[in-house]
Design a protein around this ligand. Structure first.
Ligand code: KG4
Ligand code: ZN
Length: 350
C-alpha cells in the first residue's frame, strides 16, 4: 500500500511517499519540501493569499521530486492523502484539490488527514519510534496541547493553551526583539549567548493545578522589559531572549511532567515545530531521565510541517482500519477542507 501525502496547510508545501504495507510502522520512501519563509519574511508573517499561490506553483514539482526519490511513478500510488485541516482555507484547498485530481486520474481513493494527527504521529518515523500509550506534548505555531494517546485515533485532550500557542509566544517575542519571522529558531539561536536568569518573566498558569497553558501575558512582559531597557536593549538582547525561552520551556516541561504523573504513563512524545527547540529537548530529556521515563521526538527535519507526517498518519489510519473517521473525501472526489478542526473530533469512543 503506497501512499502519497500532500501538506499545504500554512507556509510549507510538502509531498511524501510512504509504504504502509503490512502492519509495521509505515516506511518513508521519498519526500520533498519547500518552505515559503523567505517569501513571507518581507511582511513579518504569513500572507495567506501569497501562501496559496505559492502552493500551486510548488506542489506538482515537489510531487515529481518525491516520486523520483522513491524511484517510483505515480502509477504505483494506491491512495492519495492530503491535509484537510486545520490551517489556512485557501492553502488547504490547493493540497486537497491537487490530491483529489491526482486520485481521480489514477482511479484511487483519497484520505483527508488532520494536520495535528500528522504532527502527533511524526515521531513514529524517527530512529527511536514510540509505543502506545503515551502522553503527547504538541507544540506548534498554532497549538499547545497535552494529550493522552492510547492508539491511532484514541486521543484524549488533557490541557491546552487558553490564548497564544508556545510557537506564537516564541514568534511574537522574537518580533518584539526585532528578530523577524518566524522568530522561534532565531530567538533560540540568540538565547544560546544569553543568561536565562537575567530577567524575571512570568510563568503563567505554572501552579494552576491543571494542564492548561497561557502565553499571552509573556509577550507583554517581554515588551515591558524591552521598553524599560531602552537604549540598553541591543546589549541585553541575548539575555532577554534567553529569559523568554526559559519561561516558555519551564512551563512546557513542568506541565508535561505533571501530565505524566497524573496519567501514570512513563512515555512522552513531543511533536510540532517548537519540538525542534534545543533547550526544550535538553530539559525534557533531563526531567524524564531523572524519573526513568522515555521521551521521543520527530527527526529534527520532520518537526515543522512536512508531507511525510501526512502520508504517515494516512498509512497508520489505513492500517488501523480508520479511514472513514479521518474524513475520507469519499466517492466522486468531492472534497472540503476544515480550517478549524478540533483533534478531539477524530477521537474514537473510549
Ligand atoms: O509545527 P509548525 O511547523 O507549524 C504549525 O503547524 O504551526 O510550527 C511552527 C512553529 C513556529 O512558531 C516556529 O517559530 C516554531 O514552531 N519553531 C521553534 C523552533 N523551530 C520552529 N520554536 C522554538 N525553537 C525552535 N528551534
Ligand atoms: Zn504544523
Amino acid at each position: 500500500m503506497l501512499i502519497l501525502g500532500i501538506e499545504s496547510s500554512c507556509d510549507e508545501t510538502g509531498v511524501a511517499l510512504v509504504d504502509a504495507s503490512g502492519s509495521g510502522i509505515p516506511r518513508l520512501l521519498g519526500h520533498a519540501l519547500h518552505s515559503q519563509i523567505e517569501m513571507h519574511q518581507a511582511y513579518g508573517g504569513v500572507v495567506p493569499e501569497l501562501a496559496s499561490r505559492d502552493h500551486i506553483r510548488r506542489v506538482l514539482p515537489l510531487t515529481e521530486a518525491a516520486l523520483a526519490q522513491a524511484g517510483l511513478g505515480l502509477d504505483a500510488v494506491d491512495l492519495v492523502a492530503y491535509t484537510r485541516g486545520p490551517g489556512l482555507a485557501g492553502a488547504l484547498l490547493v493540497g486537497a484539490g491537487v490530491a483529489c485530481a491526482i486520485a481521480a486520474a489514477l482511479d484511487k481513493p483519497t484520505l483527508g488527514v488532520h494536520h495535528l494527527e500528522g504532527h502527533l504521529l511524526s515521531p513514529f518515523l524517527s530512529a527511536d519510534p514510540p509505543e502506545f500509550p503515551f502522553i503527547a506534548l504538541l507544540v506548534s505555531g498554532g497549538h499547545t496541547q497535552l494529550m493522552r494517546v492510547d492508539g491511532v485515533g484514541r486521543y484524549q485532550l488533557l490541557g491546552e493553551t487558553i490564548d497564544d500557542a508556545a510557537g506564537e509566544a516564541f514568534d511574537k517575542s522574537a518580533k518584539l526583539l526585532g528578530l523577524g519571522y518566524p522568530g522561534g529558531p532565531a530567538l533560540s539561536r540568540l538565547a544560546q549567548q544569553g543568561d536565562p536568569q537575567a530577567f524575571k518573566l512570568p510563568r503563567p498558569l505554572l501552579h494552576s493545578g491543571d494542564l492548561d497553558f497561557s502565553f499571552a501575558g509573556l509577550k507583554t512582559a517581554v515588551l515591558t522589559q524591552a521598553r524599560k531597557l531602552g537604549a540598553e536593549l541591543p546589549a541585553r538582547q541575548a539575555d532577554l531572549a534567553a529569559s523568554t525561552q526559559a519561561a516558555i520551556v519551564e512551563v512546557l516541561v513542568k506541565k508535561s511532567v505533571a501530565a505524566l504523573k497524573q496519567s501514570g504513563l512513563k512515555r512522552l512524545v513531543v511533536a510540532g515545530g517548537v519540538g525542534a527547540n534545543a533547550a526544550l529537548r535538553e530539559q525534557l530529556n533531563a526531567a524524564c531521565a531523572k524519573r526513568g521515563w522515555r521521551v521521543h521526538y520527530p527527526e529534527l527535519h520532520l518537526c515543522t510541517d512536512n508531507g511525510a507526517m501526512i502520508a504517515l498518519a494516512a498509512g497508520m489510519r489505513v492500517q488501523a482500519g480508520l479511514t472513514d473517521a479521518a474524513g475520507s473525501a469519499g466517492t466522486g472526489y468531492a472534497f472540503d477542507v476544515k480550517p478549524r478542526w478540533p483533534l478531539a473530533e477524530l477521537s474514537l469512543p473510549a
